[in-house]
Design a protein around this ligand. Structure first.
Ligand code: CA
Length: 360
């Protein structure tokens, strides 16, 4: 390459560079607001929206700046659906099953009792038609909805007394929200829904006999293990997925590259929450077992699980009649679970079974 050609090339490159810097400077900065249902300190639930906003700012070189507000600021933990729908906020971070009273079809995108594991459900969302069904549901509300971070399997809860038979559930006072609460009510449990701040005292005083929260990582901060020794394993929220909601108009107005940045950052922040919560639970469980050796971990007895399944199937059958889209979602989840569980059995499950047998 001769010198003259080389310097001309450099000059051209410099001009292109100057031009693109110029073009970027002219790009206006877009400012969005995101309302989350959780206070800022409630990690890992509050981690995805905060990590997401930081990533979007960096990846867009400051062209899309997103302010993240918790209920400390917007004052309405469960108002974020409407605030985003109406465009007061461009985005929200919450849980889809909170909106089942507004639209029954939103129920299915968090976790269903006795349903898919985290692996199975994530595969359903991204490669099994779940994401498309979620958009179908939220289009009616002029929003998009995306996975927002998974808690993994949630523990069945803290009980003051052992549950030996289905009879033991009759009259039991328990805090358990959502569809699982409906199943428990069907089995004779007196389901209550106290706010988080009142739960410890209620359990300590025996105002309630049992409650479920999340898993060791989040439960340890609540202190339930100090007053209720039976820690039951999971059945009711095998893979609770949080959600990002986006006002459709606001998203559609973004240039294509910013849309891609938002989409990728949501996925990365969601994946990171699963890992963050996993470590928090592993660490908390080591500490809980050491500090409170009286904790007794129990699986629900098979007759109790069978009764839960029978109630679940009965209630799902009723739900199926609520409309064509409801039925489409239920069938999609059922068929995906059937197929993926066969693979889970000979992969993760068989591996764990063998490895745990080796430990003994
Ligand atoms: Ca829970």
């Amino acid at each position: 390459m001769n010198i003259k050609y080389f310097s001309r090339t450099l000059l051209v490159l410099a001009m292109i560079g100057a031009f693109s810097v110029n073009a970027m400077a002219k790009d206006k900065v877009i400012k969005w607001k995101l309302a989350m249902s959780w206070p800022k300190h409630l990690t890992p639930l509050s981690s995805p929206p905060q990590n997401f906003a930081k990533m979007v700012n960096e990846m867009s070189n400051g062209r899309l700046v997103i302010a993240v507000h918790g209920p400390e600021k917007h004052k309405a933990a469960l108002g974020v659906f409407d605030m985003t729908k109406l465009g007061q906020y461009q985005m929200a971070h919450s849980g889809s099953y909170y909106w089942k009273g507004k639209d029954i079809n939103t129920l299915f995108f968090t976790s269903m009792p006795l349903g898919m594991t985290q692996d199975e459900q994530t595969a359903w969302f991204y490669h099994g038609g779940g994401l498309e069904l979620m958009q179908k549901v939220y289009a009616k509300h002029k929003m998009y909805s995306f996975p927002g971070g998974n808690t993994g399997v949630q523990m069945g809860g803290w009980f003051r007394k052992e549950i030996k038979t289905v009879e033991d559930l009759k009259g039991l006072k328990m805090r358990i929200p959502g569809f699982a609460g409906e199943i428990m009510a069907d089995l004779g449990v007196a389901v209550t829904n106290l706010p988080g701040g009142e739960l410890y005292t209620a359990l300590e005083r025996g105002t309630i006999d049992a409650l479920e929260w999340v898993g060791p990582g989040m439960d340890i901060k609540m202190g339930f293990h100090k007053v209720a020794p039976y820690y039951y394993t999971g059945w009711h929220e095998p893979a609770s997925e949080m959600q990002f909601m986006i006002n459709k108009k606001a998203f559609d107005k973004l240039p294509k590259d910013l849309q891609a940045i938002v989409t990728v950052a949501m996925k990365a922040a969601a994946a990171d929450m699963y890992s963050e919560n996993y470590v928090a639970s592993a660490d908390a469980w080591v500490k809980m077992k050491k500090d409170y050796p009286n904790i007794i971990v129990k699986d629900f007895p098979m007759p109790v699980l069978r009764a839960m399944k029978a109630s679940n199937d009965k209630l799902i059958k009723k739900l199926e009649k609520r409309g064509a889209l409801t039925k489409e979602i239920i069938v999609s989840q059922r068929e995906f679970l059937k197929k993926s569980r066969e693979w889970t059995k000979i992969s993760e499950y068989s591996y764990l079974k063998s490895m745990i047998a080796l430990e003994n």
